[in-house]
Design a protein around this ligand. Sequence first.
Ligand code: IPD
Ligand code: CA
Ligand code: CA
Length: 263
Amino acid sequence: MNLNAIDRYAKSLIKEAGHKIRVSFFNTIDIDSKSDANDLVTNIDKEVERFFIERVKEDFPDHKIVSEEGFGDRISSLDGTVWFLDPIDGTMNFIHQKRNFAISLGIYVDGVGMLGYIYDVMADDLYHAAKNEGAYFNDERLPQLEVTPLEEAVIGINASWVAPNAKVDNDKIIQLVTRCRGTRSYGSAAIELAYVSSGRIDAYISMRLAPWDIAGGIVIAQEVGALATNLQGEAPHLLGTDSFIVTRPNLHNEILTNYIRLK
Ligand code: IPD
Ligand code: CA
Ligand code: CA
């Protein structure tokens, strides 16, 4: 398999899809809700997903594509070449802010992440990586992540975990957000992963993410030495939803051991 050719192909699809999304703001966007009133989807999420699927199925008929809006394949194993696509990660931002959302794409071969892309559509910033070939922010090579003490770390976390909740001991999260330098919540897991990889934040924690949220970002994160696991410290499995943490290498064990108590 010629991964360089697939890389060029994937980048051109992403740029074309990004253009479609930007142009969509000239028309009325249809908004629907899914599992609850705040779980949003638009006609543009669906159109972009169908655009990728049609192209990939035509040009790589033996590849699988797993994607959020359900037009792709259902898989029960990671055998073969699998594309994990979130056509718009951060749909709420897409609708409310018209910025801070991304196309997230990871291409895996027999379960190994080979190519990863996070495209911040409105900024026109592409974070990308190929396994063992380094990670890039547009044309700029991203350096290996260095040590940052927790007291100087900015942590990406949703504020709701500081309130009592069913998933995690919020007293520990209060200790974490009190001890670190600051917190941020951007509303797009993919952008938060890209920000950890590019050193803009130092860790990102989520209690529940899907494979298409993280598959591309994991490839990028691994190329700069970030550690990405679920909140039990296990490698992400990409066959269903799970908790997730990605950090600079020195913060992973410290955060998991001292500040995360799952219920
Ligand atoms: C969501 C965003 C959000 C995260 C949610 C995801 P969507 O993806 O990444 O930041 O907290 O868990 O579902 O629905 O906008 O593609
Ligand atoms: Ca998503
Ligand atoms: Ca999405």
